[in-house]
Design a protein around this ligand. Structure first.
Ligand code: NI
Length: 282
């Protein structure tokens, strides 16, 4: 690696030297000819002079900035803050059981609730809010947004928002689209209209496939890094069964749990400032 670096360095220094004899001759000055129009096919691409380095062919998106401040799957940072999220509830038995586990450990989580379940179990929603957790919008009927019209999406989101408001007196702060499927255009107008950041995830234990609590636990604990957003489902009893060991494992590794909107607030200045002052870990 060091040798390669030296070679590259000397090669780049060499190409920046002042030895003009090695440079290709300059292209001929442009001649004033007729203006190029669609009727004028006389234009010729100038000939290349000498061998030159070639930039690799790359197939990159040109709209990378689109949605850059709208969608998040993790927040890069040095400090060991993470957000754990529970989707598709509330569930009348599993969610209260999970709430007990979270309360015992002083952990605040984020619940991406499905509006139809909010209407079925408003008392669970009230407890979630009363115990300091955060609620996110996960649509009303859990259908794939990318195949829905704008007005259908608008209805899904406003119905859930209103159901949460009715149940617990608060509104969802962020949105997780069902299955994570949402077009860039949809993310943009929903963000503009509802104000929701679109929250995906960086850790997915595939707990909905019911691989067993110990597998769910080990997948989450081994993969979590600072700034992770963990996806789990309080709809499934097995996921809740996995939580005591998972939460303890993450706490023992030094992670600190915050809600999604708290994690989002750490992006930018604070996260980068802390990266620069952090001593290197060997
Ligand atoms: Ni879901």
């Amino acid at each position: 690696m060091a040798i390669l670096g030296l070679v590259l360095l000397s090669a780049s220094l060499g190409s920046c030297g002042s030895d003009k004899s090695k440079l290709p001759p300059p292209p001929p000055p442009p001649t004033s000819g007729p203006l190029k129009t669609t009727n004028n096919t006389g234009y010729r691409t100038p000939a290349l002079h000498g061998p030159v380095p070639r930039n690799p062919d790359m197939n990159l998106r040109a709209d990378y900035t689109k949605g850059a401040g709208i969608s998040f799957s993790r927040i890069p940072m040095a400090d060991k803050y993470i957000a754990i999220t529970f989707d598709d509830g509330p569930h009348p038995k599993n969610t209260p059981r999970l709430l007990n586990m979270l309360r015992a450990r002083n952990i605040k989580a984020t619940f991406y609730m499905v509006g139809s379940n909010v209407d079925l179990y408003p008392q669970v929603v009230r407890r979630v809010v009363a115990e300091g957790h955060e609620i996110g919008n996960h649509s009303y009927s859990h259908r794939l947004f990318s195949k829905m019209s704008d007005s259908e999406i608008r209805q899904e989101l406003s119905r859930t928002r209103d159901a949460v408001q009715r149940a617990a007196g608060v509104q969802p702060l962020t949105l997780r689209p069902p299955f994570g499927g949402m077009l860039t255009r949809q993310r943009e107008w929903v963000n503009a209209e509802f104000g929701y950041p679109i929250i995906l995830w960086s850790i997915d234990p595939l707990d909905w496939k019911r691989p067993g609590p110990s597998v769910v636990c080990s997948r989450i604990v081994s993969a979590t890094t600072p700034g992770s957003i963990i996806l789990a489902h309080d709809l499934h009893g097995q996921t809740v069964d996995a939580m005591p060991a998972t939460l303890d494992g993450l706490l023992q590794r030094g992670f600190k749990f915050v809600t999604v909107s708290q994690l989002l607030a750490m992006r930018g200045e604070m996260a980068t400032a802390r990266v620069t002052v952090k001593a290197p870990v060997h």
